[in-house]
Design a protein around this ligand. Structure first.
Ligand SMILES: CC(C)(COP(=O)(O)OP(=O)(O)OC[C@H]1O[C@@H](n2cnc3c(N)ncnc32)[C@H](O)[C@@H]1OP(=O)(O)O)[C@@H](O)C(=O)NCCC(=O)NCCS
Length: 189
């Protein structure tokens, strides 16, 4: 049976679809089954894009959302998270397809800008969908000293895309320094 590209806000997905996505994500990140991970957190308005075959999820990307303050202004930020392909189906272009579609969805959405971290070795993979590293920008999960931060993660790169005219007009505030997402404790994207 052909692979099918699927979309949906996590809150609107029925149980079989949620279970299919959880199965995929726990195959990719075993031990992360706790339901409080970012892709399940309603306050981040998770939206999933995935490729399924016979009801089995093979590849996935989540778009998460958060209102943040940058340069004294409020912006709706979004980021990609949980970009993953089932280990048995890698190297067949599924990751590329799901990333391209999630990127397109995100660009068509209402967020002012997108920012997230990726494994540095995957920069070429993300670059194919137009993502560029913001190498002078530090991305922090929260305000506290213990908050996760890209500056302490040498294997991670920060990717940034300014979408709305308002975000583009504030480009100077995004070019360097620290951008704090204000995520719930323990979360990062
Ligand atoms: C990253 C991932 C989603 C790629 O999925 P995939 O379905 O195998 O990707 P594709 O087959 O579409 O490959 C697209 C390109 O990315 C490259 N690529 C894939 N995984 C890579 C990796 N780990 N390191 C470097 N390049 C990689 C491929 O070589 C391919 O390029 P090519 O066609 O020139 O060879 C998959 O390896 C995965 O789930 N990894 C574990 C989870 C993870 O690390 N997610 C990203 C978090 S930032």
């Amino acid at each position: 049976m052909r692979e099918k590209l699927c979309h949906g806000a996590w809150q609107d997905l029925d149980i079989p679809r949620r279970e299919a996505l959880k199965r995929l994500l726990t195959r990719v990140w075993p031990g992360d089954e706790a339901p409080d991970l970012p892709w399940f957190d309603a306050c981040l308005e998770p939206y999933s894009v995935w490729i399924a075959q016979n009801g089995i999820a093979l590849a996935h990307a989540a778009i998460l959302h958060k209102t943040v303050r940058v340069g004294g202004e409020s912006f709706l930020a979004c980021g990609l998270s949980c970009v993953a392909t089932d280990p048995d189906f890698r190297g067949r272009g599924l990751g590329r397809r799901v990333l391209a579609d999630a990127t397109w969805t995100l660009l068509e959405g209402r967020a002012d800008f997108a920012v997230f971290t990726c494994d540095r070795e995957l920069l070429p993979f993300y670059a194919e969908s137009g993502w560029r590293e913001a190498d002078a920008l530090v991305l922090r999960a929260g305000e506290g000293a213990a908050a996760l931060s890209s500056e302490h993660m040498p294997d991670k790169a920060v990717l940034l895309r300014l979408m709305s005219p308002r975000a583009r007009a504030a480009a100077a505030h995004f070019s360097h320094g620290v951008l704090t997402l204000g995520l719930p404790d323990g979360q990062f994207w």
